[in-house]
Design a protein around this ligand. Sequence first.
Ligand code: SAH
Ligand code: SF4
Length: 356
Amino acid sequence: MTSLLRLLPEEMEGALAELGAPRYRADQTLRAIHAHGAATLDDLAQLPAALRGRMREAGLELAPPAVLAERRSEDGETVKALLALPGGSTVESVLMRSPRAGRAPRATVCLSTQAGCAMGCVFCATGQMGFERNLPAEDIVAQALHFRRGGERVTNAVFMGMGEPLANYAETVRAIRLLTDARAFGLAQRAVTVSTVGIPRAIDRLAAERLQVGLAISLHAPDDALRRRLVPTAGPRSVRELLDAARRYFRATGRRVSIEYALIGSVNDAPGQAAALAGLLRGGGMHVNLIPLNPTAGPFAAPSRRRVREFRRTLTEAGVNATVRIEKGADIAAACGQLRTDAEAGAASGTAAARG
Ligand code: SAH
Ligand code: SF4
């Protein structure tokens, strides 16, 4: 079986041509799926029934995810969905709206690329679940389509949900191509950001794809010893190697790389650590995204407000651009990996997964 959702426009043309359909049927199919919310083969009403029959016989299929739980934040600007995908995985995806001056609000989908994650970051709920499986591209795109079918005007996508996108490289890149193809989902390449724990070889490969997508590297520490404690699978990859890979990405694509730094109380939030980070990044044109920890896993605490403020000030005073990411939708636990954990805890204690 092959999901229609994983076919790039040229492949859709090829697959339908093999079934004797003229070329325009491919665009009709793509538009029905990506613009008009067709969720099953039966929804492709523009296609002749005979062609749909041949598609079915040829093993082409189309199925939407089942929505196991969906929660909206109190301010209504964040929606988090627990989705059972056709490929068999259950993942969470989030949609966050944020205002933009003089324009319609930005609506960003936060996509998962794996069920679980093998990288084992000690503060991350997904990492603590362990690895289950890679998502195929169709199951990544299905998450964005879920929100669009719900009536959201999706403008941006970030690969910051469950899993390590560059550890599921081929399917992630296929999903990026589908999301940014004008004949498919149709986002601007610049509106897509891949967040990675940092795999230098895969970063170089991504740089060579001739895509204009943004890259964010999750650094979390200014030195190798602390980074290895927080990201146990970082192994021999040093902070220096990651920053070198970031610079190569910038040179190859012209896109600035941002550095993500989850601020953990009394672990990596000291002024000296901010100064060390500033020393590493000064003059490199990189932007730092500080994410105050959402304490979902392990014996870790959120940093104090004062520490967050000081950390940011140290960076900016050293000439390093830094912003604090406001955790959107904290009231619905919209951080990495959390809804699924909630749902499992709920199931274990016999209460329904969808609370509140
Ligand atoms: N695997 C990729 C993308 C998914 S995680 C990566 O690690 O970059 C997206 C971001 O959320 C990462 O920077 C990650 O470190 C951060 N994150 C994970 N758990 C968190 C938590 N409990 N609180 C704050 N940030 C967290
Ligand atoms: Fe995986 Fe990213 Fe979580 Fe680390 S932070 S365990 S890489 S999802």
